[in-house]
Design a protein around this ligand. Sequence first.
Ligand code: PLP
Length: 419
Amino acid sequence: MTKRTFLQHLPVFGLGAPVLFKNLDHWVNKVAHLSPTEVAENEDFWLQVRSDYRLKPDYINLENGYYCIAPQETLENFIHQVREVNYQGSYYMRTVQFDNKQAVAEKLAELAGCTADELIITRNTTESLDTIIGGFPWKAGDEAIMAEQDYGAMLDMFELQKQRHGIILKKVSVPNHPKSDEEIVELYAKAITSKTRLLMVCHMVNITGQILPIRKICDMAHKKGVEVLVDGAHAFAHIQFSVKDLDCDYYGCSLHKWLSTPLGAGMLYIKKEKIPQIWQTFGEMGRKEDDILRLNHTGTHPVHTDLAIANAIEYYQRLGADRKEARLRYLQNYWTNKVRQLPHIILNTPEDPKRSCAIANVGVKGMKPAVLAETLLKKYRIWTVAIDGAGVHGCRITPNVYTTIKELDVFVKALTELG
Ligand SMILES: Cc1ncc(COP(=O)(O)O)c(C=O)c1O
C-alpha cells in the first residue's frame, strides 16, 4: 500500500463541520433577505446567536479583546478532537497530522485572501510577528519604525534586535483622533530615512480600537523602499479585508481573538518574494528557501487546536463576515453615541465609524483607569480592562456578537452616573 492510499483509509476528522451549526443556519436563513446593517439592529437574531455561547452570568463581559470565547459547538467538537487524537496517539501524528494542518492552512489562506504557500499556522500574534522581527536580515545601523501604542511584546522584540544587531528604533505616536488618513501616513513617512528597513504598524490599535489606513501606509513605505509588517491581532475576522489588498509584506494575527478558535492559534502571512530572506527561529533544513513551511517547525504541539480552526472559519462564514462586522460596529456606536457628549467623559477612539469597529476606549475625567475598571466591576458587574499609558487613559470596552443592547444600557447608565 502506498502512503497516499494508506492515508485515504484513515479517518480524517475535524476538517469542515457538516453536522455543526444547524441552528445558526436556520436563524441566518430567516434574516438572509435583510442587509447587514438591518440585521445589526435585529436584537432577536443576535439573542439567538448568543444562545450558541455559554456565558458566565456573574458579570457583563465587555473585555473580549484579550480573546473571544468559542461557540459551544466549536468547543465541543474541539474536545472531541482532543479525545480522538489521544485515542489514536502517535498513529495520528505520524500519518495525517501534517496533511490535516495543511488542509486547514489552505482554508485559512482563502479567508485571508492569499495563496496557501504564503501562510502558516502559528500559535498566536506574538509568534507570528516575532518570527519576522527576529528573523529579519538586520545589519548594524538599520532603522525600524513602530509606534508607542504598539503591543509591548513586539516592542520588546525590537529592543532585543537593537541589543543584538545594533539597529536603531524610531517610535511615532498615533493620535487618538486623527483628522485624516493622510495625517497618519505623514506621521510614519516623516520617521523614514534612507536607513529604514522595516515599519511595523497595527491594523487596529489594541488600546483604542482605532483602525489605521494600512494600504496607504504600505504604498507610501514601498515607494521609499521600506517593508511593512502589520500587527493584525485585533483585525482578522473582525473587520473584512484581504491581505493582498493591503499589499503589506508581512501580516500576523491571533485566531483565538476574533475568529474565536480555542486558545493557541495564530497566522502569519508573508509575501512570496519576501520568504527567502527571513531567518528561521526553529531549524528546518531540506526545504527550498521560498518554502514558507521552513519557518513553521513547531515541534510537537496541540494539533487539535489546528483542527478547530476549520470549525471556527465555518462558524464565521455561516454567521456572515459582513453581518458580524456590522453588528460589532453598531454595538460600539450605540454606546459611544450615548456618552460622547457627556462633559465628564473622554472617548479615546475616533468618532468616524470607518476608523473603528467593536473596540473603543473611554475615560472618566478625574478618575484613574484602574479605579474606573474596579468601580465598573464592583458596582455594576461589568468586566473591562484599564489602559493607562501611551496617551490613552481609560477602559477598553470590547463587546462581541453575544453582547446585548440591554447589557450596553447598563454600561451607559454606569458611565452617566459616574459624572
Ligand atoms: C496589538 C496586539 N498585538 C499582539 C498581541 C499578542 O497577541 P497574543 O498574545 O495572542 O500573541 C496582542 C494581544 O492582545 C495585541 O493586542
